[in-house]
Every structure is written in structure tokens, then in C-alpha cells.
Design a protein around this ligand. Sequence first.
Ligand code: BGC
Length: 856
Amino acid sequence: MAFSKLFGSALVLAQLASSNHVQVEERAETAHSEPFYPSPWMNPKAIGWEDAYVKAKDFVSQMTLLEKVNLTTGVGWQSEQCVGQVGSVPRLGLRGLCLQDSPLGVRFADYVSAFPSGQTVAASFDRSLMYQRGKAMGQEHKDKGVNVMLGPSAGPLGRHPEGGRNWEGFAADPWLTGIGLAETVKGIQDTGVIACAKHFIVNEQEHFRQGGPNVSDAISSNVDDKTMHELYLWPFVDAVRAGVGSFMCSYNQVNNSYACQNSKLLNGILKSELGFQGFVMSDWAAQHSGASSAVAGLDMTMPGDVAFNDGKSYWGTNLTLAVINGTIPEYRLDDMAMRIMAAFFKTGNVIEQPQINFDSWTKDTNGPMHYYAKEGEQQINWHVNVQRDHRNLIRDVAAKSTVLLKNENNALPLKSPKFLAVIGEDAGPNPKGPNGCSDRGCDDGTLAMGWGSGTADFPYLVTPLDALTMKTADDGTRLEHVIDNYAWDSTKTLVSQADVTALVFVNADSGEGYITVDGNEGDRNNLTLWGSGDELIKNVSSLCNNTIVVIHSTGPTVVTEWYDSPNVTAILWAGLPGQESGRSIVDVLYGKVNPAARTPFTWGAKREDYGTDIIYEPNNGAGAPQQDFTEGVMIDYRYFDYKNITPIFEFGFGLSYTTFEYSNIKVEKSGAGEYNPTTGSTTEAPTFGNFSTDLTDYAFPSESFPYIPYYIYPYLNTTSSAAEASQDPDYGQTAADPLPRPAPAASDEPGGNRQLWDVMQTVTATVTNTGSLVGDEVPQLYVALGGPSDPPVQLRGFDRMRIEPGQSAEFRATLTRRDLSNWDVASQNWVISDHPKTVYVGPSSRKLVLSAPLEL
Ligand code: BGC
């Protein structure tokens, strides 16, 4: 029996190892997050940040206290053009930095592209497409004047298939998500825009993320240290290593401490262990304290006001006061400013920034610069078209991310069929237009994006029906459609006719919790198709023996009742494809693109099979709902494998129009040396510049500019007393102590101890295209780490390779020390266990056709 030491000191999850089962047993104590102070300051020698540090130091050394505070504090919701904007430093020529959603395009802007979702591109298993998508989105943000793009997302990771925002991130697997996050970050930042890894962390559901009417506080995700490191933190590590400039802490609590003031998470894990050098911003109104959040490692408050438009801030004025009277140490404010400016310079920026040429709150050309206060009438929208030729990439990504889940009787690819019946609301347009529902908060017409802040306005939306109509017109195919799921008489008439191929389009939607669609408060209420889609498929396939189903969805649905009907000849999952939805699905249906994508989550036979679920109702009286992650690392396919539950479509599964065979696995050991824990300590915290303690120096300079209502300023409301500065002094003595600190054993470069990336093993295998069509194949590498609490297998490598018919190609992947390690709670480091390990290669998580022992 092995007891795991905890992330927070008091949450006790006992892991009881039995033959091939790990039961994670919950004990009575309440989860608690241990303190970690002081807040780490930037390291001038951090790899990849050296130049940025020098430039930031030069700039920050010239700043006044008020200017530094201005940089850290948002100006308030709808106080300027972007969803988040910090105060400017006009004296030094810096305009207020613009922070804008979303992870799939520029939100609230015109003439922008609507890209496929993160979850969709994850299905491509194609690093290059992930990078190109990130870069294209970065370019569009850049061209609009955005400085920080609020994406990509790796939280939620996908603990719950119903999770409302899973589609904004990548896969229900940390390794694939880590690749998706890192490639996207690199793409974005190569354009000069700072990426933002969000939402940090264990933000796995929408219900209660910000509390709720009947509970005192936001939900607490209670996670043990091992699970945190091996599962939820994993992709964020990749983002840090990729050089991400910013993080967004999430709304929820983690072990009963709010993520944006959780010193263990921000100071301890992110900035100390992972050596993150950029800045942490709060999610919008996720800050719950002033001094406490500052010393716990928060660097920027968004959107600046305590509650939207209340004109008050935990920082701004209060941060100025708190530094003057010593509640918050000077080094901490300097470090906040350093981190923000270093991220800015690291991504290649210069102080003189182009104008922000759009406004989030109106499409009018002229209007108030300060939207909420209705002040500052001027031109605010320049209607700049930033789309370039991104439509081609969008179409390509969407097609290459479409997963072929079933294909019988050569139903696909279509070859000029005689008669196509296109069925289902999901094939057609939203009668209100593609942007007819604000933040896509409805499920009308074809689903090409979920709802919430993770959206962008469509410049146009090619529906499946549009594209099929064009294609069939060219081919001389008869096409008729019924795009009303409940018009059964018309549908029946159509699909009962001779020679018909029925294409049924169905969907399941979800989004962010501030919008409720059809009773779904962000998270899905169930895993069935929307609009009685399952009934529609059953009805159509009862009459038509060539029924092809296309699913647009934000995650898995339960397809149990119809997927194995012989009349359902093909099933495709097209994710959330973005603006080129129709053309991309036509490319796949007709074989212009030979499908190769793989499902980035498991399709279970029933909801209960996933072993985890959303908490929909308060479970802790009026206190914060408690969500105990008692399943540990066993989510999605890990759980199915571990419990020996047969899924309908397993993680990593996807078919092609050709066939592949695997042979000849070889494992070669590399000469990586012993792993040495990092020792030594950091430098002492520096400060840059100095400040006066004369309160009159901080008065509002009313002679310089007019006061804008609701706008958050750094100035003091009164210069007569600093008493109010002492809010939240409750952070313990060491919080303010800027002395050298011991370096954690697992720390070193940004991302962690560099030896974790030592290559330990190289695995090769031969993949042969045994069919008659050229196609891509996605060989996947899984490892069994062999311990009783390890998942039976976990993804540790993949590639997407184009192979000509009859030809073979070599799949090659390396395994790093990190890939083979477990997090050891006692030593707070990564350790390779003595358990015998096996490596597997195959086309999905359950078709592991090749295997070999790993000799370490
Ligand atoms: C969301 C973030 C988003 C922010 C700004 C929040 O409600 O959780 O993902 O970036 O709003 O719109």
C-alpha cells in the first residue's frame, strides 16, 4: 500500500494497489493547498530569456511606481477596445497592451478568420498543421493590433467528456495536448504576439467555476501532487519549454485555494519548479484579493475591476498604496513589470506599437473609446481585413482533422453518386446567420464552433449543404435536402427512394458557462446528439441501407444505439471545423483528402463508462463544491484500459481509404547519463529604480487628462492616509523575504530540469501502405511504465506520415527521461521506477500491433 504525499498537505488520497487495480480511496480531510513563498523573481540567465531580460530591465528601470502599477492592472471591463487592456506608459512611448480572445481566431472583430477548434486540430496528429494554425491566428491578431492572444488552452484537459470547454483545448491526453500547446505557442509567438497558456489549472468544468447563487465560493478541484504532475500540469510544462510569454490562472480553486492566489501553484510549481519567466494574468474577475494574490505570484489583473464595471480594483490604487507602505515588497512589483516587459521583448516587440484598429464592443466606425463610460468619441474601427489566404489552411486543417470512424462496403469515398439526400439541420445555415447568436450561444444550423469567449465571428460559413450543392452540380448528381430534424414526413419520402445515399449531419454543442443553450450551462447535460439526432439517424437508417453520418461536436457522443447498424455504412467525426466546414467535409467525402485523423478522446458505450462526471448540484452545502479527483491519472482511455471497459471507438482510432501494416519494431538505448537533481540557490531579488513615499506624488493629475468613470487608475483616491493599503496582509512573514531560495531538484531551464529531455531510447518501426491509394498514416507509440498505479498504456509519441501505395516508411520516435518517469512525491522529483516497461507501436491506443520490452 503506497500513500501519496499530497499536493496540498492535508488532502489524503490513499492509493491501494491490488493485482491490476488501483483504487484511489478518499479520506475525510478537506483538501488544502500548502503555502509557497516568496514569489520567485526572474532569472537573468534563463535560457531563451536572456536578451529579453536585459531589454526589460532597461525599460523597467526607467519606470515610476505608478507606471509599473499601470502595467499590471487592467483598465476595467469595456473601458478600452480589447477584452483586456492594461494602462499605458505614455512618458516612455508604450501604449496600453491589448489582450484579446480567442484560441481559434480574433474574437469580436471583423474581417478575421474562424479557424477549426484546438480539439479539431489535435485530431490531425500533425505537428506542422498545429504550428501553421497557431501562426496564422497570431498573424491575424498582430494585424489587428493585439499584443497578447488569449490562447491556446490546455485546461480543461478533458476529465469529463461533458466539459463545456474541452473543444477549446486539444486532447484528453496530456502528451498530445502538450504538443498541441507547444506548437501553437511557437506559431503565435513567431508572429510577435505573446501567447497565453490557459486556464491554469484543473479548470475541468463550467458549473460553479465562479461559485454560483447557492454556494459561497468557486468549486475546488482537489488533486494530489502525483496526478497534478503526471496529468494536468504536463502540457503546461511543454508550453513553458516552448517559451510561452504568459499564463492565465483559472476561476476555480485548487485544493481550496483560488488558482489566482494559490502560492503553491503560481510561486511553487509554475515559477519555481518550472522556472516560468513570463507573467501570470488572472482570468476575467478570477482575482479574489489584492496583496495575497500579488505575493502568491499573480502579475496582472484582468480585466482590472473587481466585478465587471464596478470601478474598483484589488490592484490599481491599492497596489500603489501597498507598495508604498511595504505591504507588498517593492521587488514583487518590479518583478511583475519585468515579467510583462520580458514577454513583450522576447516575442520581438519594440516599444512603438501599431494602433489597435478594432473595437470589441461595436462594429461602428466611430464611437466611444471608453465604451462603458461612453466617453472619448472618435474612430475606433478601421475594418482591416487580416485574413490573408488563411481560408486554404483552414480548409486543409479541417479536412485533415476529420476522423473516419466507420466505412463499410466502400461507402466512402463517394464517386459521383446518382442521388444524395442531405438530411439534418446540421447540414444547413443558421437562419439568423452564422454570427446570429452572440458568442455563438445557440445551436442552430451547422455547428462549426462551440460557444463562449473561445470564439471568433465567421467572415462567412460554407455549410455542408452549400459545398455539396456545388459539388453535385458539377458532377450531375441529384441532390435534395431536408434540414429540419423534425420534418420526418419529408425526410421519409426522400430517403425511401431508390438509389439514394443518405448523408445525415448531426451535432452536439457546448461552451462557456455564462451562456446557457437549451438548458446546458456550458457543460453538456448528456452525451446524446442534439436535436434528437440519434432518432434521426435511426429513422433514416431504418429506411436507407447506405446512411452516412457526419458528426460535428465538442467531444464524444454515445453512438451505441446506431453505430453498428449495417445500414449505417460510414461515420465521420468532423469536430468543429470553422468557416470552411462544407468544403473540408466534401474534400473527405469525395476522397480529395484521404482521411488519417484520429479521435482525440474515447467514445464510450455509455456515459458511466468514463468514471468521472460533472458536479451539477452543490455537494458541500453552501460551501464551495468539492470535486475530488479520486481517479488520479485514470481519465479517458487510461480509465477504460485500466477498468477493462471496451469503448466503441478508442482514443487514437481513425480509418483511411487505404490500409497499412506495421512491422519490425526496434528499440535502441541511448547513452543518457544519470539524472542529477538541481541543487544550489537563486540570487537575491533585485529592485529596479526607487519610489517616493510622499503620498502627494500619487494624486490624480487632473491637469493632464480628464477622469473617465469606471476606468481603473493607479492613482490614490486620497493622499491624506495610507491606512487602507493594508488590505489582505495575511500571507506570512516569508512572503516578503527576497533572499536567495533553494532551487527545486526538478527545476533548471524553463520547463524543468534539462536532463528530463535527455533521450533514453529510440524506437523505430516499419509502416507499409498495403492498399491502392496514397494516404497518411498516424503511427502511435505508447508505453507501459509497469507500476500498479500507472495507466496500462500512455501515449508518448506519434507521427503523421504520407506513404505511397506499396511503399514503406520508417516511423521513428524518441523517448525522453521525462517520458519514462513518474513523479515522486517524497523527493519532489521525476524518477524512473524499477517496474518492467514495455513500448508499443500501432495505429490506435488499442491496436498496439508491435511491442518490445524497454531495457533501461
Ligand atoms: C474566459 C477566458 C477568456 C476571458 C476574456 C473568461 O471568462 O474564461 O477564457 O479569455 O473571459 O474574455
